[in-house]
Write a protein that binds this ligand. Structure first.
Ligand code: SF4
Length: 453
């Protein structure tokens, strides 16, 4: 067992012994250690912008855990910009659970949630969070904020958490279709959520702060688009875990100045990164199982494979936010999300992304317990294969290793990459083999410069 396994097992033992508070302190200690490691000794293969993003993600979770009275539990699609108007910090159930997976402690929380009666088939991101709550590792937040968008598990999970902790649960009901009436309906709920947050914090709703967040988000979106365009052809090392951290930039911390600074640095680095037309370019659909060794060998620092983007890079479309009408903008953002409404909307949007980025292949990850991803996979396959994009659907679990047998995934992924190589006319090098430590194009000049944020 490695150090991380030992650390996770030790936390698990504290939890099993009923020492939730001690386990919590250990989790926070792990986050502090990770923050220090990233500051002092980041992996030399990781580009600086991605180190910045990683630090941002670690700090976001650490801060949210440190001050529960200033923390709001959210899901990926919550209108987190609203929290900035009150100086509050979001803690996403998906991201917290992913961190627990990285710390190898998820098994304890998942088992405890199941023992507490939560269904085996419930999405592991929810179940892990519920388990941490049951085990006393999470302290009651100021509030919880979620939407009905995309995920059918959200509302039940958030209600269960609200009941357990006695914290207010704010649920934004997002109708399937955009219309002016539906926009007004969502705006009214956002107004109510803002009033609740004002009451809970004792602070007035700072609409100017919200407008500033949307202005920053617009600038970040432009930079994000530029990064997607540049990243399609540049050699820019990353890993599945770093790709997951991008959810902090595209979702959880949307509108924050730190995210804008990250994108600015990312674009600057991509502009000077070398062109490499030979790598296999992969479009990903849904969450990435960063723990899966069968996939790590292709996506972690492998110069022969490029992770182009995922559907989460494009789920808010290219619509602009209007800072002069911030609540209406947030309502439109949710109503027009590609995850909202019929699955065909998402399939068409991912197809459009593929037309822009021209991947060699697409991988759709059917995360265990996620009805929206598994239920729509055939439609996604038709949309992408119809556009000439080879398609692989993988069954597994982004968090719960018990539901993600590596050998099965390896045989399917290996065959897929062999096929992609063959389509390329036979590559001289196989799509295997991580980049050795300390050997990548980011030892160059721009790697040593930190773009000021
Ligand atoms: S993976 Fe699916 S079920 Fe789980 S949180 Fe995401 S949308 Fe919900």
């Amino acid at each position: 067992m490695g150090l991380v396994d030992d650390y996770g097992a030790y936390i698990g033992r504290q939890v099993a012994a009923g020492r939730g508070a001690r386990a919590r302190r250990l989790v926070r200690l792990g986050l502090a250690y990770e923050g220090a490691r990233l500051r002092l000794r980041p992996d030399p293969r990781t580009p600086k912008a991605l180190v910045r993003l990683n630090r941002l993600a670690v700090r976001a979770v650490a801060d949210a855990l440190a001050r529960p009275s200033r923390c709001v539990w959210v899901n990926l699609f919550a209108p987190v910009e609203l929290l900035q108007a009150f100086g509050l910090r979001p803690l996403s159930i998906e991201c917290f659970s992913s961190f627990m997976g990285g710390f190898r402690v998820e098994g304890q929380f998942l088992a405890d949630a199941e023992r507490a009666g939560y269904a085996d088939t419930l999405c592991a991101y929810h179940k892990n969070f519920l388990g941490a709550a049951v085990d006393g590792v999470l302290r009651p937040p100021l509030a919880a904020l979620t939407t009905t968008l995309a995920c059918d598990g959200n509302v039940n999970t958030f209600r269960a958490l609200g009941e357990r902790f006695g914290c207010p649960t704010l649920v934004i009901d997002v109708p399937y279709e955009y219309s002016e009436a539906n926009e007004r309906y969502v705006v009214r709920q956002l107004e109510e959520a803002a009033s609740s947050l004002a009451r809970l914090t004792g602070r007035p709703f700072d609409t100017a702060a919200l407008s500033r967040a949307l202005e920053s988000e617009n600038r970040a979106r432009d930079l994000h688009e530029e990064a997607l365009r540049l990243g399609a052809s540049r050699d820019y090392p990353s890993t599945l875990t770093l790709q997951m951290f991008k959810l902090f930039a595209t979702h959880i911390l949307s509108g924050s100045p730190e995210v804008e600074a990250y994108y600015r640095q990312l674009v600057a680095e991509l502009r000077t990164a070398p062109e490499d037309p030979t790598a296999l370019r992969i479009l990903w659909v849904h969450l990435q199982p960063f723990h899966q060794a069968a996939l790590q060998k292709y996506f972690n620092y492998n110069p022969r494979v490029r992770f182009l983007a995922s559907d989460f890079d494009a789920d808010y479309g290219d619509g602009r936010l209007d800072p002069a009408r911030p609540l209406e903008s947030l309502a439109r953002k949710m109503l027009l999300n590609i995850y909202n409404g019929p699955y065909e909307r998402k399939a068409a949007a991912v197809r459009a992304l593929a037309e822009r980025l021209r991947p060699d292949g697409a991988i759709h990850f059917n995360h265990w317990g996620c009805k929206q991803s598994a239920g729509g996979v055939a439609l996604m396959q038709r949309a992408l294969e119809g556009g000439g994009v080879p398609f692989l659907a993988l069954d597994g679990d982004g968090l719960d290793r018990r539901n993600s047998p590596d050998a099965q995934i390896a045989s399917r992924v290996d065959a897929f990459f062999e096929m992609l190589e063959a389509r390329r006319g036979g590559a001289a090098e196989p799509a295997l083999g991580p980049r050795p430590e300390g050997c990548h194009p980011y030892e160059g000049e721009h790697a040593r410069k930190e773009t000021p944020g």
